[in-house]
Write a protein of this length. Structure first.
Length: 220
């Protein structure tokens, strides 16, 4: 007997804005790098840093499905989920699944590290950062090399993420993209509606993130 499904709001607007904003900014970062538009590349990196800082704060005190405490599962749960990756079954997950939650963490760590090292590299080249003279040359060179390595790691993680989305679509019959666009998902009636944080909280956290990103861009 088929379960009756109802549309439930699973992703709030700030989470969706972060997701698609990060996608756009990573693409822009690649384009500006390829065409050597470094002034624009730096600006894109600063905006991306602010966005990542917001997502980290939102993961602590945002909506239920955005909170790290709600979607970071144990490694055992993640492995168990991946063991049934190719099983075709209905989607009954309100937010991130146990494996997807770890992918979110990985992407955020890589984005944060990439943007922070990028700020240092820019300040080191432009001789703008007040801490530039305090950092030994070997360490500065290591940070520059790390920035390139992290970019490759980020691209690899993005490819893995896209492959997972395609696997869920074709093997499991689950569309993970549409809910991240509309915010809603068709789920069984017994699934509780997650609590969504308000717009005022999102605005305050985004303002704080922008200020911190600007300070890091100036002083790192």
């Amino acid at each position: 007997m088929n379960q009756q499904l109802f549309k439930i709001r699973v992703w709030d607007l700030p989470t969706r804005v972060f997701h698609w904003g990060a996608v756009a900014l990573v693409i822009m970062a690649y384009i500006t790098w390829r065409f050597n538009w470094m002034d624009w590349h730096v600006r894109v990196g600063e905006v991306l840093l602010a966005l990542v800082l917001f997502r980290i704060l939102w993961g602590v005190c945002g909506s239920d499905t955005a909170r790290f405490a709600r979607f970071i599962a144990s490694p055992r749960q993640g492995a168990h989920h991946l063991a049934h990756l190719l099983r075709r079954e209905p989607d009954q997950q309100v937010g991130h699944n146990p494996a997807g939650g770890w992918m979110v963490v990985l992407l955020l760590v890589l984005l944060l590290a990439e943007t922070l090292t990028g700020l240092y590299v820019n300040n080191d080249v432009s001789d703008e950062g007040p801490f530039t003279e305090l950092v030994p040359a070997a360490v500065a060179n290591a940070i520059t090399a790390l920035h390139a390595i992290l970019w490759d790691a980020l691209l690899a993680a993005i490819v893995l993420h896209l492959m997972a989305i395609l696997t869920y679509a074709f093997a499991k019959g689950q569309n993970l993209v549409q809910p991240m666009i509309t915010g809603g998902k068709m789920l069984p009636s017994g699934v509780p509606q997650p609590h969504m944080a308000g717009a005022v909280r999102a605005f305050v956290l985004s303002a704080c993130s922008a200020l911190v990103a600007a300070a890091l861009a100036r002083w790192l």
